[in-house]
Design a protein around this ligand. Sequence first.
Ligand code: SF4
Ligand code: SF4
Length: 381
Amino acid sequence: MQIVDRNSFDKLIDVLQARGFEVIGPIVRDGAVVYDRLQSASDLPIGWTDRQAPGAYRLIKQDHAAVFGYAVGPHSWKKFLLPPTHRLWRSRRSGQGFEITAAAEKTPRYAFIGVRACELQAIAVQDKVLLGGPFTEPTYKSRREAAFIVAVNCNEPGGNCFCVSMKTGPKVAGPFDLALTEVLQGNEHYFVVEAGSEKGRAVMADIPHRAAGTRQAEICEKLAAQAAAKMGRTLDTTHIKELLYRNLEHPRWDDVARRCLSCTNCTLVCPTCFCTTVEDATDLSGEHAERRRRWDSCFTMDFSYIHGGYIRPSVKARYRQWMTHKLASWIDQFGTSGCVGCGRCITWCPVGIDITAEAKAIRADEMSANPGQYISEFPTG
Ligand code: SF4
Ligand code: SF4
């Protein structure tokens, strides 16, 4: 491990830019921390933190200058790896037919700065979905392979975070190129840096640094433990797949359907949701057409339209599909939970629906209905 002093930290962005990366990181825009292109370190959300609750997000200026003193905002890195809209091909009328031109993309070389532990796990989940099967998604693959990842350990989890429950944080567990822990104590402000790849070590060689000692290692462990103790939420994941499969007709689905607006926000902010649709468009002359892929959501009616009808016509069916996919059938499909505990779906739900509260309500109801049976028949761990 090495130490990079705060006044040398800005060099990280310069070094990555000099190596040809488009540096993407957190900035403050429209009252939120979002991810966008960084020109320099002064673009970072220095001194900002956030307060998050179900359906609520506020930025607050602090009286100190922490660079990464906020929790995750509405954006996730999937915006860059699996873009919200993407042209697949173009066509042009030619004689009696059409000429089709596949969209050729010059792969952007992104350097992501500020990737949290839960977000690293979300990228790993999308890797399984988009690269782990017999068919791989080529845009995602090339962008993913070209990316440089600077992860950051969380010191200030948000009010809706539950990464400890999902075993995805708050300490990053790789793979990353560099991982930072920001230390701001008294007059000391520095970053403890761990290189996780050859690329990371090469970048560190260009940034002024000094060796970290046992004191810094102990400080990092203490900060991680403090962050783990400050989780805004918890989710009991014990046999959660079986719990949800046993309760597909639970009245709680009717209850949540009365609150859910089916607005799609939860899926769009979720860093693991990957569903897309394709749309064709022509110009008015009929000479040109193109096919675009764009993010879609299981909360729309059209998403489940199969010739002749919708297989999930009610909000109840759509919410149940989403939550049971995240926490149960995802495990059957991909061998991992589809939820990394980032809390975005709770914060950005306009009516504050909380996936942890919904799961908790079903579990509590089952436990109270089967007080004697629960331990033996439905073991909790
Ligand atoms: S389901 Fe919600 S808490 Fe889980 S990863 Fe998606 S947005 Fe985050
Ligand atoms: S749970 Fe909330 S964010 Fe998701 S579709 Fe329903 S109202 Fe929208």
